[in-house]
Write a protein that binds this ligand. Structure first.
Ligand SMILES: Cc1ncc(COP(=O)(O)O)c(C=O)c1O
Length: 439
């Protein structure tokens, strides 16, 4: 073997990209693509924004690195101020890391240290939901309920309890909207009691389940009930906003759709818009003030001056161009137009909010029977979209880690209605072509 080899995920050939601008990307072999999923849903302000690269260059020229336990820079303080300003009013304390897994894992450790210092010395368990994703490092994967991603590493994981997801299209309790009594939220109460409240530190969930279930929102009233249950048992509520944070769903935070305030928010992806790796864990005043000592946690590259300069510039751009509002308005348009895709025999469910949509594919709409995993339906859709110049984000194992196919459609938050039309036209064409191959 000659040359270097990069470990890759999946079996797709990696195409070399050479240019990014707005919602478009160009490959070395001359093809132009619409970035219909903003990378893995992170390039929220679009590609090639000069304000961001300028801020990065400026910080590089001033001072590129100082260690966060000894020093800080204006770029770090500014990014923290801007983020706290956008967070719910009672969440003001920001801990910067390098991505989503670090952000959720930091949240879990923050909750643990809070309890240690506040009469909860046994509280260490984080309860999460099956078919969720909170990251791939071992602590974050222990919280993740993504059955497919856990399988190989299960023996290495921490024993954290999981409750059923809020998955109305395939309710784990066999309920319909009419008969629903939010059994999936009440399962948290049962799980806390079964574990012993004195051992439970936090509950973590994505307000819309992203990669695992394809932009799936929880039912109305779900998070209000979750909040009540957490309060009753003295359990902290962590909202994982790594994918849904900062406008993706048409509100600043995904959890805002349920008018619920978490104790801790973990965010990343759109925070530095894909320009540099940045994650953040934002704690409420109550959690922070419960700390009589420093947070016993950190990484070499946490609060990195240059990365925070990128984050600050991305947040400025987002606010200046009203991108949360664009996500709401253009997102409403996108969801309306997406309804036409129900004409396809394979389109079982379309869900999401703002510029955050998921499409679940089925072999039979009446029975919701999925395609045989050997068909690789979602992979085919992604490949066909790619052939047609559109990038979308694939997902499989939607039902149980093995069966089920979905894709996510989530263009940068700068997308216009005309660009949304183009995305849907290419999706329509690509899904039709895949159906012709497999039906
Ligand atoms: C909801 C959620 N949490 C956490 C993560 C992990 O983030 P990262 O890949 O930056 O470690 C992801 C990544 O997709 C995510 O979607």
């Amino acid at each position: 073997m000659s040359g270097s080899h990069i470990f890759t995920r999946g079996s797709m050939t990696l195409h070399e990209m050479v240019k990014g601008e707005g919602i478009y990307l160009w490959s070395r072999d001359g093809h132009k693509f619409i970035d219909g999923s903003a990378g893995p849903i992170c390039v929220n302000i679009g590609h090639g924004v000069k304000e961001v690269t300028d801020a990065v260059k400026k910080q590089m020229d001033e001072v590129s690195y100082v260690h966060s336990s000894h020093f800080t820079t204006k770029s770090v303080k500014d990014a923290a101020d801007k983020l706290a300003e956008l967070a719910p009013p009672t969440l003001n304390y920001v801990f910067f890391s390098c991505g989503g897994s670090e952000a959720t894992e930091s949240a879990a450790k923050m909750a643990r240290q809070y309890h240690l210092l506040n009469n909860g010395p046994k509280r260490s368990k984080v309860i999460a939901r099956w078919q969720s994703y909170h990251g791939n490092t071992l602590g974050a994967l222990s919280m993740s309920g993504n059955i497919a991603r856990r399988r190989r590493f299960a023996p290495m994981l921490v024993d954290f309890p999981h409750i059923p997801p809020c998955y109305c299209y395939r309710c784990w309790f066999g309920k319909t909207c009419d008969s629903c009594d939010l059994e999936c939220a009440r399962a948290l109460d049962m799980q806390i009691r079964a574990t012993g409240p004195e051992y439970v530190s936090a509950f973590i969930s994505e307000p819309f389940v992203g990669a695992t279930l394809g932009s799936l929102p929880a039912a109305p009233g779900y998070f209000q009930l979750i909040r009540e249950i957490c309060n009753e048992h003295g359990v902290l509520f962590i909202s994982d906003e790594v994918m849904t944070g900062l406008g993706r769903t048409g509100k600043m935070w995904g959890i805002d759709h349920w008018e619920t305030i978490p104790d801790i928010i973990a965010t990343a992806k759109g925070l530095a818009g894909g320009y540099l790796p940045l994650g953040a864990t934002i704690a409420s005043d109550k959690v922070f003030e419960g700390f009589g000592e420093p947070f016993a946690h950190g990484h070499t590259y946490g609060s990195h001056p240059v990365v925070c300069a990128a984050g600050g510039a991305v947040l400025d751009y987002m606010v200046k161009h009203n991108l949360v509002e664009n996500s709401r308005v253009t997102g409403e348009y996108m969801h309306k137009q997406l309804q036409d895709l129900y004409d396809h025999p394979s389109v079982g469910d379309i869900r999401g909010k703002g510029l955050f949509a998921g499409i679940e594919f089925v072999k039979n709409k009446d029975t919701k029977e999925p395609y045989d995993p050997c068909v690789g339906f979602n992979g085919r859709v992604v490949e066909q979209c790619y052939e047609n110049g559109l990038l979308v984000y694939p997902g499989s194992g939607t039902i149980d880690g093995v069966r089920g196919d979905h894709i996510q459609v989530a263009p940068p938050l700068i997308a216009t209605k005309e660009e949304v039309d183009l995305i849907i036209e290419l999706l329509d064409k690509s899904i039709g072509e895949v159906e012709a191959q497999v039906l």
